[in-house]
Write a protein that binds this ligand. Structure first.
Ligand code: GLC
Length: 438
């Protein structure tokens, strides 16, 4: 019965090579529709910035906000592509700060910046680049309205407002008026810019963390929908790819997760791929297996009872053990209050592998679709700048993505280079501040 249950699970999370190809084609069709301003699950948002030259120089501040950690840094760019000097600090946002109202959120952020400035004093005006890791409708490099929250954020009074203006006001109230907010960007754009600062072949940026999203470099003329003033030949486009929803192999667990989420009907791909949701998918599988008597003697252990209570970092720990007896999985389960037999631990680990493998395959497929839209034959090298805990820390995630590239492109996969850019989303904001101050 256990083997049958696992075989059924494998089937419902399978993504065949044909399905990957269909999905790639559907993704590119959505990209084109979004660029033309036609209805599409891909927003294809203009960012008003192109790759840096690497010659940018000077001192810039960056504020990176979009997960529960807020990062602030100062970067001294030397102007010759060599490593910048960075000073950074990290602050945590409480659940309350991400679920009340704009003044609480932006007031806290301004206080973090005030503290950073006091700890790392430097006289005179300071330019700041702002990474805001949500969908923003930008009308210029330093202006953009929040389209809608994702990743469980629900702060009131921000949707439809210019987030740069909200930040400026709270900085003034905090007495930090010497900080000039000169640019606004999504975390994917920051990551692309940080990657391209080091490597001129970088033309896409991707986050695989709490949420997931991709941006890439597009010919400005291809952006057919109306955009604000911009005079460069290329522009980075933030696709908000987590919202992609065509030709996805969704199953009953995906539907259950979606219907109970804060944003049902949205972020379909993100809910199959990103760190905020993988633990929850496994939790739903465990609950189902228990109800069928396949796991834990048919009783759902407490750690799997609470919706959203089984985080993806736990899956990482489960998959870090590849021993035949799954001893470390059992030990972790014990820490979580579950006495499990070896067979239960092995089934849980297999369920986790099934869910995370599908995530890695889908993540690779949409990245491949992005790059091959403009280079179908993979004629040149593409460096894909990557950031986020899933990509950086989840055992085997990157290797499974690379396998999928080979499955899709054979030897051509050598053209696609995944480059981890740690802190790309924060350092990239400093690079964007520099590019937009020239
Ligand atoms: C969510 C946000 C998107 C962000 C991504 C990664 O999908 O909507 O803007 O880039 O998470 O943080």
């Amino acid at each position: 019965m256990r083997n049958e249950a696992l075989a059924g699970l494998r089937d419902s999370f399978a993504v065949s090579p044909e399905r990957l190809r269909t999905l790639t084609g559907a993704f590119q069709a959505e990209m084109r529709r979004g660029l033309a301003g036609e209805p599409s699950s891909l927003k294809m948002l203009p960012t008003y910035v192109d790759r840096p030259t690497g010659r940018e120089r000077g001192s810039f501040l960056a504020l990176d906000m979009g997960g529960t950690n807020v990062r602030i840094l100062r970067a001294e760019l030397p102007g010759d592509r060599t490593a910048p000097r960075l000073i950074s600090a990290q602050f945590s946002l409480s659940r309350e700060q991400i679920s009340t109202d704009a003044s609480v959120l932006f007031g806290s952020i301004a206080r973090f910046i005030g503290r950073f400035l006091r700890d790392h004093a430097r006289p005179g005006p300071q330019k700041l680049g702002f990474t805001f890791s949500f969908a923003i409708r930008q009308t210029s490099i330093a202006r953009g309205e929040l389209i809608g929250w994702t990743k469980g954020w629900t702060v009131e009074g921000v949707v439809g407002r210019d987030v740069v203006e909200l930040l400026r006001r709270s900085l003034e109230a905090e007495g930090a008026g010497e900080v000039q907010v000169v640019s606004l960007n999504n975390d994917t754009t920051g990551t692309l810019m940080a990657g391209a600062y080091r490597d001129p072949d970088c033309d896409a940026g991707c986050i695989l963390g709490t949420g997931t999203n991709i941006c890439y470099r597009e010919r400005t003329a291809e952006i057919r929908k109306p955009i604000g003033p911009y005079d460069r030949e290329f522009m980075v486009v933030n696709m908000e790819s987590g919202n992609f929803n065509v030709a996805l192999p969704r199953n009953l667990y995906d539907e259950a997760l979606d219907s109970r989420s804060e944003n049902p009907g949205f972020q379909a791909e993100e809910k199959m791929v990103s760190g905020k949701y993988l633990g929850e998918l496994v939790r739903l599988v465990v609950a189902d297996f228990c109800s069928r008597g396949v796991l834990f003697g048919g009783r759902v252990p407490d750690v799997f009872l609470q919706p959203g209570g089984f985080g993806s970092e736990r899956l990482s720990e489960i998959e870090a053990d590849d021993g035949p007896e799954a001893d470390r999985v059992r030990a972790r389960l014990k820490d979580w209050g579950v006495e499990a037999e070896a067979e239960d631990a092995r089934i849980l680990r297999e369920a986790s592998r099934i869910v995370s493998s599908r995530a890695a395959r889908l993540a690779a497929a949409v990245l491949s679709a992005t790059v091959t839209k403009n280079d179908p034959a993979l004629a040149v090298d593409h460096v894909l700048a990557m950031d986020g805990s899933l990509f950086e820390k989840y055992p085997g995630f990157r290797a499974r993505m690379e396998d999928t590239f080979r499955e899709l492109h054979g030897a051509g996969a050598g053209r696609l280079r995944l480059a981890l850019v740690p802190d790309g989303s924060s350092f990239g904001a400093a690079v964007i501040a520099a590019v937009s101050s020239i």
